[in-house]
Design a protein around this ligand. Structure first.
Ligand SMILES: [Zn+2]
Length: 337
């Protein structure tokens, strides 16, 4: 049997498969890239050929323009494809719309690259699908036992309660433009919020794309003052990228109440630093329990940890009798998540 290291190896450009001649989520332009999902640290422009789910290809085109690569091929979930001497297949990762794990297989050895993933229900994407494998490659963004994400329903209700308590204030909800923003909007609708939701211009393209992919976001209006007066935004929800808090843009709203939807909001200091009044702990990554339960469920022969709190997860694997090693991969940042 082939050794896993011969099938997939960490390089400065990202994970490389010599038998198939491709990289997975390369951080620099390469000839052939397989992309797990559309977040900027995984999906970059400038590759020659890209293989990804149809949704991820659409997201890349929306962010970088139609010429983000010389050629893009859509990968169908669950379908085995031959590339060089290996077989690859894509499986849902539950992270954002179109996100996939990529299984790479040759001579009876299968490695699953999970990209970013989560186990919680998310109405905007397909749920994570466990795939049996010899090596499971995982991230460890929240890979410390202190990280325990609350139920997102609890967090959404915090926001709805605050709206009732402060009906004159604009609730500015900072959320990552791809995935988090649409998930928050969708969850608000599920919890019965029917008012129009205002969105920052930076979210428009991706929200429209989600709607075209069949995800109902309800009535969305641009968060511009052109159409009405400042008071129109009293008691409204405005969703924006977190970076917009400090812009002049944010000052146009009446007594804005900054909220931020992120797994990092579990750390009070981070919320304080960013001037967040209402932290909403909503993450598109696994917490500690979900990471370890996923590894137990998949029961791989070996675990490789790409980035994040690698050492803690590697140590947990060792104590659980699972071979594991950190890959120390650079270029994957989940600050913005
Ligand atoms: Zn991601």
């Amino acid at each position: 049997m082939i050794r896993p290291e011969q099938l997939l190896a960490p390089t400065a450009d990202g994970l490389f498969c010599p038998l198939g001649g491709f990289h997975i989520d390369p951080v620099r332009p390469v000839e052939r890239a397989l992309i797990t999902h559309g977040h900027g640290d995984h999906a970059r422009s400038g590759h020659d050929r890209v293989l990804a789910t149809a949704e991820t290809l659409r997201i890349m085109a929306a962010r970088y323009g139609e010429d983000f690569a010389n050629g893009g091929t859509p990968a169908k979930l669950g379908e085995a494809m031959r590339i060089g001497d290996v077989t690859v297949s894509f499986h849902p990762a539950g992270h954002v719309l179109g996100s996939a794990q990529i299984a790479v297989e040759a001579e009876g050895c299968r490695i699953v690259v999970s990209g970013d993933y989560k186990r919680r229900r998310d109405p905007t994407c397909l749920p994570f699908e466990p795939v049996a494998c010899d090596v499971f490659i995982t991230e460890a963004t929240f890979g410390l036992p202190v990280f325990r994400h609350p139920d997102d329903g609890v967090e959404i209700h915090k926001l709805l309660t605050s709206l009732k308590d402060f009906p004159e204030r604009t609730h500015l909800v900072g959320a990552y433009a791809l995935g988090k923003a649409q998930r928050i909007i969708c969850r608000l609708r599920e919890e019965g919020y029917r008012e129009p939701i205002y969105i920052h211009g930076a979210l428009e393209k991706l929200c429209r794309l989600y709607e075209e992919e069949g995800i109902d976001l309800g009535e969305l209006l641009p968060a511009t003052l052109d159409a009405g007066s400042k008071t129109d935004f009293a008691g409204a929800i405005v969703v924006c990228p977190p970076s917009a808090f400090s812009d002049r843009w944010a000052r146009r709203f009446p007594d804005p109440l900054p909220c931020f939807a992120s797994g990092w909001m579990a750390i009070r200091q981070r919320a304080k630093q960013r001037g967040v009044e209402l932290p909403l702990i909503v993450s598109d990554h696994c917490d500690w329990q979900e990471l370890t339960e996923t590894i137990e469920e998949i029961a791989p022969g070996e675990v490789w940890v790409t980035h994040g709190r690698e050492e803690a997860l590697v140590r947990w694997c060792a104590l659980s009798g699972i071979a594991a090693r950190p890959l120390h991969m650079v270029g994957y940042e989940d600050e913005a998540e």
